[in-house]
Design a protein. Structure first.
Lengths: 550, 394
């Protein structure tokens, strides 16, 4: 029903917008569509200059080469996107010296100069032919160097990409104590390399897309062929192809444009900065989506259980990983429900509290002029504001604000008699608990829902809290992410997959991949891998092993 | 044929109605903030001489509690009193409680009440009438301890304030609770009392509370009831006998004589049950069976070492001592009060319902005239012996 109402609202808005009829970018792009390079170099250059304009970073170098300087060609690249030394030392040198030498011996004039340059003179591995202006601009504007020769209607795009990019650093939003410390960067190629370093199977597939009419952002989907469900891959492809926006700046754009439940508060696509997490997902049979210019990668299909799984659960020994996961479930629940429980119990169900506790809460609330719900909202909102300010603040004043905020929230509010001390404890614990959940998106959702539950608890007491929980659960059950039920393996229930939900089973017990995700190739590993003692008579199962030396 | 738009409207309307029903059906609920209630910790009920009900309440001032808790040991300064006690006379309990609002500011919140003290005069005239309110009201805590005030009025007891606990009601409740390690008072919570009153074959027994000094109470002994009316008291030893017989002793200290001194036995485990022996369809004997285990807790005798033979002898003496206590309780119940507080009748009701139907109405007379057999099987488990006693062997 909500979907219906919102959908109607949105479509109405869209209709009003589209009535205005403004679509400048399609006009912009029309002039290079279906336009091929011609054999006339001058005409080509003229057109290029016309389209690119008079930008100072566009380098167009025309030169005459060959023994008698009879061959006319142009080298075009964007300054800053190319590796200057590569262009100068390899491309230009080859063109000027190599061609001269070969021309002297064989007299290239009139022959297929471009083919000879490509095939035998250019000492660079990645060289492509470009035929249309669209291809030409795609290459040049991504950092390739284009070579156009007079008399040929085909150009060469030489890969000379090389720009300043950030080093591989520890991901800021998902740090671990034990585990790899490298994180994705803004450079797509570095990111695929990080992934390749973890997944060396030849079945790893990377498929490239360019999305965004103006931004032409590189988007790549990665998966292991044979493990990932073909239908899911096809669905990802279909949804990516559907995207027709003018720019993509971050993975969030893609996420919003392809997710299953665009109106839900719950995110049905997992996002991570950690290559090991992405690789883990891909090994399970999921599909990763890497986007250029952002360190955040997407992972589909995503289930709710991922909210309580952290990378470290898998690196620490399994009892510890399991216990920490239980703790995280507690944190998840309390970040959603704790303030509402407090409000409900202190305003409706005082009889549930032991008398001594009731007395101390009551003593702390003595003289507080607001009802519990106002108190809770006051504290929760000020905590949210403080948190938000903490992110936006310039780094040098951060600590000062957090100290002032802490003092105001923690102490001054209590002393001024605006709130009771137990509420401060509740809010503080809730605030901290919301960060114990793995995944920032999840904690935002929980924080948002918390306010709704609080209102219900103030109106209906614990009954309202229960209603809210039921409604949230019902909503979650209705969600799907690329065909996989959001609450699986809890609903639909699957005992086998529970090994990685509330507890983390030891690695030697993880025989099979998640049933709904990796069903293409369900067997992950051999049974009986638990370390044990082998007697001499018993043969230890030796697995085929390829040694590096022989 | 319903078209799509109507269908959508219908389903939405249906959903809305269901949602509203969900909101209003769950019954009574109301919102009251913690700052809008008076927390009642104890209730006292007594009947005034002109037949009205005198209700006394003890209300806590939470803020004062906190200041007494944090300001402990500081001394000086006029500290606010942590509780106040109010009495009001009304026709019924409910009437008195409501009318009391003319003297206090906020609503009375009864769920936190820890103890209910019933006055002696009220108890003698019957407690069934006043308990009706507690069965009807939704805010009553069924786990509060019910006690009978002996020789004092409930109001006097509730006004006692001392330094043991800032809330007198809590202090009283804890003295009742610690009966698990002394077994000198019967602990009865409200719900059990209500159940026992409506049961045939067992008369209720309630704990007894008295003033032991200016600022202290003593919860020792019990009050025996007959048909909802207080009929008499059991002294602490008879109380213990009663508790042994009904299997309610957790731990207690029993003193027995030894060679030239005394021994304190610490009962560590005990179970007891009562039964009625029938012959030819007629009850002939009341049987009380008690099995218990004890340790030697303190020894003031002459012996240095305890031999197994001596221990067996001690066990016998110990058993006799307990038999004496139980006998005393049974004697009181049969001869003096003629009230079946042990629940012999209940056994009959359970296992011989046909006979019980015949005898139900004059069971008290039948019960009073039956001989009683008490079987005590006492075992001494540990001597608590680490080193030879420092006492010289005389």
């Amino acid at each position: 029903m909500i979907r219906k109402v919102f959908g109607k609202l949105f479509s109405r808005l869209v209709k009003i917008e589209s009535d205005k009829k403004c679509d400048p970018e399609t006009n912009l792009l029309k002039d290079i569509e279906n336009l091929d390079l011609t054999a006339d170099l001058k005409a080509n250059l003229h057109r290029i200059k016309q389209i690119l304009g008079d930008s100072p970073d566009v380098v167009i170098r025309t030169c005459r080469i060959g023994w008698k300087q009879e061959i006319c060609l142009a080298v075009i690249h964007i300054d800053g996107l190319v590796d200057k030394s590569l262009v100068n030392d390899d491309v230009m040198k080859a063109l000027m010296l190599e061609v001269q030498m070969v021309d002297r011996k064989e007299n290239l004039k009139g022959k297929h100069i471009l083919e000879s340059i490509r095939d035998s003179m250019l000492p660079i591995s990645d060289v492509k032919n470009v035929k249309s202006f669209a291809d030409f601009f795609d290459s040049v504007l991504s950092g390739d160097t284009a070579i156009l020769v007079d008399g040929s209607d085909v150009g060469l795009a030489v890969s000379t990409r090389g720009w300043k990019s950030r080093n591989v650093e520890e991901p800021a939003s998902e740090s671990v104590v034990r585990g790899p410390r490298d994180g994705f960067t803004e450079n797509l190629r570095d990111n695929t390399a990080l992934l390749r370093r973890r997944i060396k199977t030849p079945h790893l597939r990377v498929e490239a897309y360019k999305i965004g009419k103006l931004s032409r952002t590189d988007v790549e989907i990665v998966y292991i062929k044979g493990i990932a469900d073909e239908k899911v891959i096809e669905e990802v492809r279909r949804r990516l192809r559907r995207i027709d926006v003018d720019h993509i700046l971050e993975s969030g754009y893609i996420e919003e444009l392809i997710e299953d439940a665009p109106l839900s508060l719950f995110s049905t696509i997992y996002r991570t900065e950690r290559p090991d997490k992405l690789a883990g997902g891909i090994f399970e049979g999921r599909v990763g989506i890497l986007i250029d210019n952002t360190p955040f990668a997407l992972l589909v299909p995503s289930v709710f259980a991922e909210w309580i799984q952290a990378a470290e659960d898998y690196y620490e020994r399994y009892p510890i990983g399991s216990l920490i996961r239980l703790l995280r479930i507690g944190a998840l629940l309390s970040s959603l429900l704790l303030p509402s429980f407090y409000v409900a119990i202190t305003t409706y169900h005082q009889e549930m509290l032991p008398t001594v506790l009731l007395l101390s809460i009551s003593a702390a609330r003595e003289g507080v002029p607001f009802p519990a719900i106002v108190e809770a909202f006051l504290m929760e909102l000020s905590f949210e504001v403080l948190r938000e300010a903490g992110i936006r603040l310039p780094r040098p004043i951060g600590p000062a604000i957090s100290i002032i905020g802490g003092v105001i929230i923690g102490d001054a509010a209590v002393r001024a008699g605006l709130v009771g001390a137990p509420m401060v404890v509740v809010v503080a614990f809730t605030g901290i608990a919301s960060y114990a959940i793995s995944g920032y998106t999840a904690s935002i959702t929980m924080r948002f829902l918390r306010f709704g539950v609080m209102v219900l608890s103030a109106v209906l007491g614990l009954y309202g809290v229960m209603l809210a929980v039921i409604a949230i659960t019902a909503h979650m059950v209705s969600l799907r992410s690329f065909g996989v039920p959001y609450l699986s393996p809890i609903a639909p229930f699957n005992v086998r997959d529970l090994k990685d939900v509330f507890l983390r089973a030891p690695w030697w017990a993880m025989f099979k991949r998640p049933r709904l995700i990796g069903h293409n190739e369900p067997i992950r590993q051999d049974y009986f891998l638990m370390p044990r003692y082998f007697t001499d008579e018993e043969d230890e199962p030796v697995h085929e092993r390829r040694d590096h030396d022989d | 044929m319903i078209n799509r738009k109507d269908k959508w409207f219908l389903s939405t309307a249906m959903l809305a109605v269901l949602c509203l029903a969900v909101l209003f059906l769950p019954g009574c609920w109301n919102n009251r903030d913690l700052t809008e209630i008076n927390i009642v910790t104890a209730l006292g009920i007594e009947r005034s001489e002109d037949g009205k009900i005198l209700v006394t309440i003890q209300v806590v001032e939470p803020a004062a509690i906190q200041s007494t808790a944090s300001g402990k040991g500081k001394g000086g300064g006029a500290q606010p009193k942590p509780v106040f006690v109010l009495s009001y006379e009304g026709e019924t309990v409910f009437d008195a409680l409501r009318s009391m609002l003319s003297q206090v500011d906020k609503r009375l919140f009864l769920t936190t009440a820890q103890v209910l003290i019933l006055g002696e005069r009220l108890s003698k005239e019957g407690i069934v009438e006043v308990l009706d309110f507690f069965q009807r009201d939704h805010e009553v805590n069924y786990e509060m301890d019910v006690l009978i005030a002996r020789d004092v009025t409930p109001a006097e007891l509730l006004e006692i304030e001392n330094d043991i606990d800032p809330i007198p009601a809590m202090y009283i409740k804890k003295t009742v609770e610690n009966t698990v390690s002394r077994a000198k008072v019967k602990r009865t919570i409200l719900i059990d009392l209500i159940k026992e009153l409506s049961k045939s074959g067992r008369q209720p027994v309630l704990g007894q509370i008295a003033k032991a000094g200016k600022k202290v109470v003593r919860t020792e002994g019990t009050a025996a009831f007959k048909n909802g009316k207080l009929i008499g008291w059991l002294d602490p030893y008879a109380t213990r006998g009663f508790l042994f017989a009904t299997g309610k002793v957790k731990s207690t200290i029993v003193n027995i004589p030894a060679d030239g001194g005394k021994i304190s036995m610490e009962v560590i485990r005990s179970n007891g049950n009562v039964d009625v022996k029938l012959k030819n369809g007629k009850p002939v004997k009341l049987i009380v069976k008690v099995n218990l285990e004890a340790n030697i807790g303190e020894y003031e005798g002459e012996r240095k070492k305890v031999s197994p033979d001596y221990l067996h002898k001690l066990e016998k003496i110990f058993g006799e001592e307990i038999k004496k206590e139980i006998g005393r309780a049974i004697n009181l119940a049969q001869k003096k009060y003629s009230s079946d507080i042990f629940g012999f009748g209940e056994q009959l009701h359970k296992f011989h319902p046909h006979y019980w139907k015949k005898v139900e109405n004059n069971w008290d007379d039948v019960f009073s005239n039956l001989p009683a057999e008490i079987i005590v099987n006492a075992k001494i488990r540990r001597t608590g012996f680490i080193k030879n006693p420092i006492m010289k062997e005389r």
